[in-house]
Each structure stands twice: as structure tokens, then as C-alpha cells.
Design a protein around this ligand. Structure first.
Ligand code: F6R
Length: 368
């Protein structure tokens, strides 16, 4: 049932091109530059009247929401707030019927997310969930659901469910941009085209990323702490990379917005601190390079993820994991997440951890 893979997690990492493709399938008309969500409850009218997009989730699903905030605010020009469900549910909320609430959940059974959904509904918000499990409680209580089609995820650490959530949210962003007229047809078409290239790109790179992760795991499996840094879209990816590492390898890892480093975590950096830096050549590349310099000057160990052929970054880094350069870097979260999943996986294996069943964790958190 693991199809020759040593763990479900590894199998599911390798299934990501297919999972993403399945989530896109039937939902895009590349020629027309259009996204369609049949039977999801999402309509153009709903999007036109929405004044606030309210994403509510836990853990890895929350990270997907954080990525979506950057996409939706950029493409649709609607404010997006992203809440941890456990915080959302106990706050004095401002939610009303002009809000569109989107709970994001792989299992559809997470107690806090479900409670957040119910509260949002009580405030009059329309609720459209993003979920991987057909007929789960969250889908039954939502006004509509956009299903991710990742297939069953068995490994406790979420991998293909995350990138499938990203795919669904990416399409949702484009659907909204169309409904609000904030991106023209040509722009939407281009964004669909680049998204459709992603599964193939991942397929091509998986083996190389995996080999890099194996090499690095020998060198880095014994460090007690890791820091992950990114900016913009890559900030949530840094959070996700750190979460993967801590949950399956039990190494303490923190994800940080790179610009926040000097406000505290920089105090931790010394020669025993590997710092994973997400450094594509986007609009904050130079800023990220300055952060890398700060790490280097404190003798931190720089492990970078950056674009193929980036010699400058290579020189500044102890190790570089290469990621393909794409025409539109809005799809980068798909590409930068996967090497981090593999790195966490290989480090955990190297440490002899039970990767599919990490201690103290459950696949579906149905209690508070
Ligand atoms: C991390 C992980 C958890 C889940 C979280 C939410 O790898 O799996 O953080 O993402 O428990 O679960 P769902 O998405 O089922 O609501």
C-alpha cells in the first residue's frame, strides 16, 4: 500500500504532481482564461458582494491560508484576514454578512476549525470550505465546498494536502479576480498557464531535491535548532518548512519573516544554527540577501533555496538547493515547499524517527 516507498509521507510527497493536477482538473479553461467551480457554492455574485475574505484554519492548513492572503490581496484587492481557528473562535469578532469565511481543512473534522465555521455562520457570513474529505463535518456545515482532490493522506505530517490546498486557493484567487474585474482575461490566462506547468516542474525536480535532502540530512541531522526565513509568499513557506521539521524530527525549528530576524531571533544565531533561507529573485531578493549577510556575520550556517544559476546566492550559502525559475513567481510556494518537506523527511529518517506516526500527534484533531 506504500507502493514501494518506505513511508506514507514519502509516497505522498511524490504524489504531489498528481494531487495538484487532480485539484486543477476540470476547473480551468486555459483557452478562455477562466476558472470554474461547479457545485462549490462559489458564485460571481457572492464574490462581488464580499468585503472581507476570512480564512480560518489550523497548522499546515493555516499556512496555506497565509499564502492565499498574498495572492488574493494582490490579484483581487479585497482585504484578507487569516486566523488560527483556536484564536478566531474565542475573540470578539467583527464578522458580518459582507464577509466570506473560508475554513481550510484536510480532514474536515478539526474541532477548532469547525467551531470557527459555526461562529462565522452565526454572524451571518457565507461559508465556503476548502476540504479534502468528501462528506466530512466541515463540508456538511458549509454553504459550499471546494474540494481538494489530493486523495487520502495517511502520513500525519501534511504534504500533498497542503499543496492541493494551495492549488484550490490559487484558482479561487483567479476566480475572484475575474468576478471583480481586477485581472483581465490575458492576465488570468497567463496565471492559469503557469499553474498548469507546476506539476510537470515538480515531477522533473523531485529526484534531485530528494537527493539533495539525503545529502544534507547526513550533515545536519544532529543540530538541535533550525531557523527558517522567508519574505512575502515565502514567509508562510518558511513557517511550513519549520513545522514539518519539528513535528517529525523533534528538532526545534522556527519559521520567521526574514525582516523580523533583527527584532529577536538574531540573538540565537551562532555557528551551531542552520538557517534555511528562501531566496528566489523576486522583489524582496535584495532584502533577503541582506538577511543572509546578517546570518553569515554571526557564523550561522546558511542553507539557501534559490533559483538555478544564482551564483551570487551560491557564494553566500554553505549549501544551495536549486529551484527552477518560473516566469511568474506567484507559483513559487508550490516549488519551494517540496524541498523543505523532503529535507524534514530525510532528517527525521536519519534520526530514526517514526515519520508516519510522530509522537503526540494525531492525523485529525477532533478535540480542543
Ligand atoms: C501538520 C499537520 C497539522 C494539520 C492541522 C489541521 O503537518 O498535519 O498541522 O495541518 O492539524 O488539520 P486539518 O487540515 O485536517 O484541519
Amino acid at each position: 500500500e506504500k507502493a514501494g516507498y518506505k513511508h506514507f509521507m514519502l509516497k505522498e510527497i511524490y504524489e504531489q504532481p498528481q494531487a495538484i493536477l487532480n485539484t486543477l482538473r476540470g476547473r480551468v479553461l486555459p483557452e478562455e482564461g477562466e476558472v470554474i467551480f461547479e457545485e462549490s457554492g462559489i458564485t460571481q455574485d457572492l464574490i462581488k458582494k464580499t468585503k472581507m475574505v476570512n480564512l480560518v484554519a489550523c497548522g499546515t492548513s493555516w499556512h496555506a491560508g497565509l499564502v492565499a492572503k498574498y495572492w488574493i490581496e494582490k490579484w483581487v484587492r479585497i482585504p484578507v484576514q487569516v486566523d488560527l481557528a483556536s484564536e478566531f473562535r474565542y475573540r470578539d469578532l467583527l464578522v458580518d454578512d459582507s464577509w466570506l469565511t473560508i475554513p481550510i481543512s484536510q480532514s474536515g473534522e478539526t474541532a477548532d476549525t469547525l467551531a470557527g465555521l459555526r461562529i462565522a455562520k452565526d454572524h451571518g457570513s457565507t461559508v465556503i470550505s476548502i476540504c479534502n474529505v468528501v462528506g466530512s463535518t466541515i463540508t456538511r456545515e458549509s454553504d459550499g465546498t471546494i474540494y481538494t482532490h489530493a486523495g487520502p493522506e495517511i502520513g500525519v505530517a501534511s504534504t500533498k494536502a497542503f499543496t492541493s490546498q494551495l492549488a484550490a486557493l490559487y484558482l479561487l484567487g483567479l476566480f475572484m479576480a475575474k468576478a471583480r474585474g481586477t485581472l483581465d482575461q490575458k492576465a488570468i490566462k497567463e496565471k492559469i498557464d503557469v499553474m498548469l506547468e507546476v506539476p510537470g516542474l515538480i515531477e522533473e525536480e523531485l529526484k534531485a531535491w530528494h537527493n539533495r535532502a539525503k545529502d544534507l540530512s547526513c550533515e545536519f541531522s544532529q543540530y538541535p535548532n533550525f531557523l527558517y526565513l522567508g519574505r512575502g509568499l515565502h514567509f508562510p513557506v518558511a513557517l511550513e518548512g519549520a513545522l514539518k521539521l519539528k513535528e517529525i524530527s523533534y528538532i526545534h525549528a522556527e519559521g520567521y519573516a526574514a525582516g523580523e530576524m533583527k527584532h529577536g531571533p538574531i540573538a540565537l544565531i551562532d555557528k551551531n544554527m542552520p538557517v534555511v533561507c528562501l531566496a528566489p529573485q523576486d522583489h524582496v531578493y535584495e532584502k533577503l540577501l541582506s538577511n543572509i549577510e546578517e546570518v553569515r556575520s554571526r557564523r550561522g550556517i546558511v542553507i539557501s533555496l534559490g533559483e538555478k544559476g544564482d551564483e551570487k546566492l551560491k557564494k553566500l550559502s554553505k549549501e544551495l538547493i536549486e529551484v527552477p525559475k518560473v516566469d511568474d513567481r506567484d507559483v513559487n510556494p508550490f516549488l519551494y515547499t517540496i524541498p523543505l518537506q523532503l529535507l524534514a523527511y530525510e532528517i527525521a529518517v536519519q534520526r530514526g524517527c517514526d515519520v508516519d506516526q510522530p509522537r503526540n500527534l494525531a492525523k485529525s484533531v477532533t478535540v480542543e
